[in-house]
Ligand binder design. Sequence first.
Ligand SMILES: [Zn+2]
Length: 140
Amino acid sequence: MAKLCRCTKSGCNLPAECFQIVFNEYYAMSSPQQYRFLADHIDITEPARRYYIKIRGVRHQLCERMFLASLSLKDSSLRKTKLKLQQGITCFDDGRGRTRGVNKFQITEETKNRIRHHILSYKARESHYARKKQGLSVGI
Ligand SMILES: [Zn+2]
């Protein structure tokens, strides 16, 4: 399989499926959660900022280009987020509060299964082989 990025950072060498999962998770979040996610995945304490992708709880470093691409983030929105992080803004709530202990937007098992299914159907299409015939209507 072609590599997504030419650099040697471990996160850049992960298979596309990993990025798909992170992408889906990110877009299932509310905006304060997305901000918290970014805060958790960007290390701004270093002069040369580091970016990470977290796969099954393990952080892999990746380059900025891949970080942006994997979340399809605009450079400008990333810059704004970084600025906030540098200013030490840690209040991620958008004024509504009461978020402690409430995981309203937590990814449910159902969502995870849907993502898993999505990836599997991807693979099936790639290999021109349908894993499950059941419920699949192919062609005319
Ligand atoms: Zn890279």
